[in-house]
Design a protein around this ligand. Structure first.
Ligand code: GLU
Length: 279
């Protein structure tokens, strides 16, 4: 089977050394296997994404010596694909509208009488619709108030049954998406969420090996569930370590001096970048 990998940045800032590491690992994995390497622009969040950063991704990765197949898939041009996936999940009765904002949900979850389910990162949202009386939900729906769509996790897990996936570094994993609670699949402001778009796209693009940072390891539990519900194939996963700066902090968009742009303007070369990140 041809190995197909991808690098899927969000154009919300300039690429830094951490991105270069991820992109090169993904690119090199495809090349080593005689496979295909794709670039995908994850720009569904219109408020945070900027066109200048899309251009910068193209320039910076090209300068680094990567080459990828064209045309590049841009998520913002494929909202109908995510809608079709939502429609399927809705037809299974697995989605519900949630009107409450993050702040309102946090307040409800920390109310003294409430015993929230705990996930790896604190309390998780379960049955968020039931936090509002039915009459109020109906009134808000009738008034056209915006809502997010959440997955009824309990029902989704029951429907999908036991699931596993393979991580190159950690071996066979048993999916445990329940710890995420009722994840948002369509946001109030964007009719898709990261979890949904990334799962649909990896399948539509025929990605067989997902190479990405270990900060997304947990998210794979949710992606595996969505694959099962939507009858999509499951790629292999390789979650790589996250690079840190000399102070031991993860590279982030705030590290201006370590963007590929700044390093290149300071006279750096692609082979020096590879040496800096140990590749
Ligand atoms: N777009 C995501 C990010 O920039 C990465 C998605 C993925 O690799 O699954 O963090």
């Amino acid at each position: 089977m041809t190995v197909v990998t991808r690098f899927a940045p969000s154009p919300t800032g300039l690429l830094h050394l951490g991105h270069a590491y991820s992109a090169l690992l993904s690119h090199d994995a495809a090349r080593a296997a005689g496979g295909r390497f794709l670039l995908r622009v994850e720009d569904i969040d219109r408020a945070r994404c900027r066109e200048e950063f899309v251009t910068a991704i193209d320039d910076d990765l090209g300068w680094l010596g990567l080459d990828w197949e064209r045309p590049v898939r841009r998520q913002s041009a494929h909202m109908a694909d995510y809608q079709a996936a939502l429609d399927r999940l809705d037809a299974m009765g697995l989605l519900y509208p949630c009107f409450l904002s993050r702040r309102e949900l946090d307040a409800a979850l920390s109310a003294p009488h409430h015993r929230p389910m705990m996930g790896p990162e604190g309390p998780v949202v379960v049955d968020a619709d039931r936090l509002l009386p039915e009459a109020e939900r109906a009134a808000r729906l009738a008034a056209g108030e915006p809502y997010a769509l959440r997955l009824r996790m309990r029902d989704a897990v029951a429907r999908a049954g036991a699931l596993t996936w393979h991580d190159d570094g950690h071996g066979r994993q048993t999916a445990d998406p329940a710890a995420f609670g009722d994840v948002v699949l369509a946001r109030k402001d964007t009719p898709a969420s990261y979890h949904l778009a990334v799962t649909v796209d990896d399948a539509l693009q025929g990605v067989t090996l997902v190479v990405r940072g270990e900060d997304l390891f947990q998210a794979t539990h949710v992606h595996r569930l969505l694959q099962a519900l939507l009858d999509l194939p499951t790629p292999r996963y390789r979650h790589h370590r996250l690079l840190t700066d000399p102070e031991g902090r993860r590279y982030a968009k705030r590290d201006r001096s370590l963007t590929l742009r700044a390093l290149r303007e300071a006279g750096g070369t692609p082979s020096e970048i590879r040496a800096m990140i140990g590749l």
